[in-house]
Design a protein around this ligand. Structure first.
Ligand code: 3HC
Length: 284
């Protein structure tokens, strides 16, 4: 199957990034969210990113205009009826994702692939909401989408070889490298990354070192581009907590228990960069 029409469901940080990359590499993109305000915000962030690339002379103004012309906005899930693939990047909540997939299954054409950018939830469980589980797959992009080279492709229990092949080819056409992963909580990326972040939070909680010094250890000692606490703020502490809960519940091992300090910050609404406060203060 030749993919031309791509719908991205969810116009937040990840959805907007995926839409931008797809438009850059020649796909016609429909960026969808439930509220007009959300899609407008997503488009605004894409425009801002592209303007930055124009200012750095990485792309020309006419490239930017061309990319933006390929992006259409949607607030009606019915618009999935003209798509070849739908990539869902909505909030990380299994009930919400299941409901989106049930709707997509009603409207999307029979040939369409339904992909999810979930960071840890079960592809198999999401696929079971549809009558096409062989066409449901995980397509996990990393943040920031334009910069990070990896797409983790996750096969649900029923995902067909053909679906896998088409999605891999599409990800490669976006100049990404892919890895093939089986459906298990957190897949590979977050199974390894999140316990490290959670451990860094325990290290703050137990007063072993300051936030800045913990980050410094991993940056200068291990050559990580960002310290784990900066990275947690960048990902969103609510997302980090949700992934740890998914690991703990899904694997059934308390070694994945979320640090109480992480819970406390999320309860306080300190969700990281997006709310101006997390392990660091972004109010300035
Ligand atoms: N959004 C979009 N692009 C960004 C960005 C942002 N927030 N921050 C930086 N960039 C871009 C810059 O525009 C620049 O692009 P260019 O090379 O085309 O000019 C490039 O990234 C490098 O930026 P800088 O030179 O200003 O800054 P750094 O060298 O410090 O790199 C970084 C920034 C790429 C974000 C780097 O710090 C990094 O790699 N951090 C780790 C990111 C990471 O681990 N991501 C995975 C998160 S986990 C995940 O996504 C899974 C999910 O399920 C939780």
């Amino acid at each position: 199957m030749d993919i031309q029409q791509v719908m991205v469901v969810g116009a937040g940080q990840m959805g907007a990034g995926i839409a931008q990359v797809c438009a850059t590499y020649g796909y016609n993109v429909t960026l969808h969210d439930i509220e007009e305000e959300h899609v407008e915000k997503g488009l605004k962030s894409i425009r801002k990113q592209l303007e930055r690339q124009v200012n750095k002379k990485q792309i020309s103004q006419s490239d930017m205009d061309r990319f933006l012309q390929r992006i259409h906005l949607s607030t009606k899930i019915r618009n999935s009826e003209s798509q070849d693939i739908i990539i869902e990047a909505a909030v990380e909540n299994i009930e919400i994702k299941k409901s989106i997939f049930a709707d997509l299954d009603k409207f999307a054409p029979d040939h369409a692939i339904l992909a999810t950018n979930t960071s840890s939830l079960s592809i198999t469980e999401i696929a079971a909401e549809t009558k096409r589980p062989e066409k449901v797959i995980g397509m996990h992009f990393m943040n920031p989408v334009r910069v990070m080279k990896l797409v983790e492709i996750i096969r649900g229990l029923a995902t067909s070889d053909e679906t896998f092949r088409v999605v891999k080819k599409m990800a490669e056409s976006l100049n990404k490298s892919t890895v093939e992963v089986n459906d298990f909580p957190g897949f590979v990326s977050n199974r390894i990354l999140m316990p490290m972040i959670n451990e860094a939070i325990y290290t703050v909680f137990e007063g072993v070192a300051t936030v800045e010094d913990i980050d410094e250890v991993m940056k200068l000692g291990m050559n990580h581009p960002m310290g784990p606490l900066t990275l947690a703020d960048f990902i969103g502490l609510d997302t980090c907590l949700y992934i740890m809960e998914t690991l703990q519940e899904g694997i059934g091992d308390d070694k994945y228990r979320p640090c109480p300090l992480l819970r406390k910050y999320v309860k306080a609404g300190w969700l990281g960069k997006k709310t101006g406060r997390g392990f660091y203060n972004y109010s300035n």
